[in-house]
Design a protein around this ligand. Sequence first.
Ligand code: ADE
Length: 771
Amino acid sequence: MGCGQSKEGGAPATCESKANVDEQTYMFLCKVKLLKRLPKDELPALAKQATEVEFKPGQSIITQGEDGHDFFMIKKGTADVEINGKKVASLKAGDYFGENALLRNEPRNATIKANSQVITLKITRQSFMSLGLQDKLEFAKRGAVGGGAAVQAEVKPPCAKSDGDIALIKKALQSNANLNTIANLDEGRMKAMCDVMWKEEVPQGTALIKQNDLQADYFYVVQSGSFAVSKAEDTKEGQSAEDAATAQLGTVEAGGSFGELALLYFAPRAATITATEKSVVFVTARHQFKEILLKANEEETKQNLNYVGRCEVFEAALKDSEKKELAMAMLEMTFSKDETIFEQGEVGTQFFLLIEGSVNVIKDGKEVASLKATADKAPYFGEKALENKEPRAATVKVTSNTARTLFVDQDTFEAVLGSLTELVKRGKDGTTVVSKVPRKTAADTKRFGVIKFKDLKKLGLLGCGGFGAVELVEETKNGNMYALKQLSKGFVVKSGMQQSVMSEKNVQLMCDSPFVVKLYENYNSPEHLYLLLELALGGELYATYNKRNMWGNEPCAKFYVAGTVFAFEHLHSKKIVFRDLKPENLLLTDQGRVKLTDMGLAKVIFGKTYTTCGTPDYFAPELIASKGHGFAVDWWTLGVLTFELMSGHPPFESATPMQIYAKVQKGINTVTFPKKLKGDVEVMVKGLCHANPTERLPMKKGGIQNVKNQKWFSGFSWSDMESLSMKVPYAPTVKSKKDMKNFSANKEDMPPQVPYKDPKTGWDKDFATSD
Ligand code: ADE
């Protein structure tokens, strides 16, 4: 339930002419967050639909738990907001609540009770719908965070600290709840943070952090003085009461700390923090914090290196640096008792090291060996799979309750180190250069340079967000239609996203799947980079769901989740992790087929990667803990997507990112599953959103097939889905190849156009495929 407080809030007069009432109602409606997404000229007609409803003192206007159909604005009187019988806020004239009920059935999450005579203006969903307004709403995308700031922030040498300083810093770290959500701050880590901090004097009136600032790299502990936290007025207008209640406005005194979100990832600052007197702070930068957290990973790599070193094949063939690279590329897979790690006769590509538990090796039905992992012995099997694709010579079956393995597949091995056969021939002391096997890209370079920028005619705006606009363009020569994504080079450089943008282009070029939007050309102009993309005129899934109220529609959810499974299957087979699944990044074609788009955070990985990035509602716990992450984060997001499509909201939804992270860390088992999500779908979501990445369904033996075999999908034809012959559950209306009716871009969502100053690093020189 959205619930807002206007800034004026004064009680209007009660006796007015009808025309004035409409005008006053119109003024009310202009302030409502949801209705700001409507073209302004629609509001007078909506204002006419408002009716006055009176409530007596003590009467409930809406009741927690009940499905709502109406939206209310308080015209006169006051009311209490109660959650679970407890008063949490009060509302006065000018405040409003329940606007989401105009779109969908959603249980009210609070009771609102009149505590005087209250006159409200009410708009029903029926009248909202009868004006066709759901089709006219423009929905802002939820923004992704992280991934940028290629340049490390400046750090200063640590300062000397007294025992009092150390105690103050430790206490500040311990009492910062957000910091403890993102890191398990044991004594060692607290000491390490304290050790690297330096001191800065802050004159009165200095804004140490500025709202929306892109230079957001530091965390501060206040040694002395005081700071005021403030937010610009425009973010308060139309803000829901929930947001207002949780906005961290106030002061930070000695022993307090702020800026912890910057430790997690690069994102513009959410508030301004100004010294109200001469103050002193201790400071640390994000990359220092990340290095401290990464120490645990170094330990893990060292341990893996140990295991790799004990394997005779590698010991004889690999140099120390190669063994380290292999150790970093190996992933963990866990098996249960009686599961087979592989079967005799099947063609395998993976090599395994057994690091915990025991197995039997069975050949032609007879046990030929029994292997057990011990503190100083990690048995290995399947090494032949790294050299050729021969059938397995034996079956390996788990005999302990669980068995933990490290594994690597042939593609990864060859991309990281080259052919094992060659390496064995060379030997660890050899000098012959063994070349790494380049990954095959789908990109047929001959197809580039065909479509010229000068031949493209812009026909209209499809969307904005991230780094710029997406426009509908026509290749005038032949009438072919595309989507042209434009990135401001100034903004890319200012936010340190050069590497990400180049990676977006490279990753997108590797893709060739009907479930992933295709890239045709790239262009480079003095101020902008452009990606010429496959067009999908059915609209964004997020907007479609909101406009058509498709939340909870099971056939639709299955269809779109299945399409995403094929998209991920394709990306992961190319070692690409996507990292930004959300309904905003799924597009519908004119036929109603689904395609994944926006490779802005996608990356080729071997082993784990460490940059925290994604969309907060979809963050997996290992991203929040900066532990290093891999393909399993995508499967977590698939669970979140399923939950959201079926319920209308993501499972860990909260007013602020930090509150989301706190919920994510508590785990999926603490989430209340709505009725629609009970049974088989709950089982699947929980199987995908397992706290331990190695336990997520596709990460276990059986891989992606484990998702396809889920009961929720029983009766679903995966082969029809894959061959694009399945009937679509929803067919968008697309009247012509230029019909943009399914898009309603809001220019206000456009990122700032920053004038470009070439840093002369040549970062963009390989971008263009055509002129
Ligand atoms: N293809 C890639 N991005 C697109 C968008 N935003 N709209 C339509 N088609 C697209």
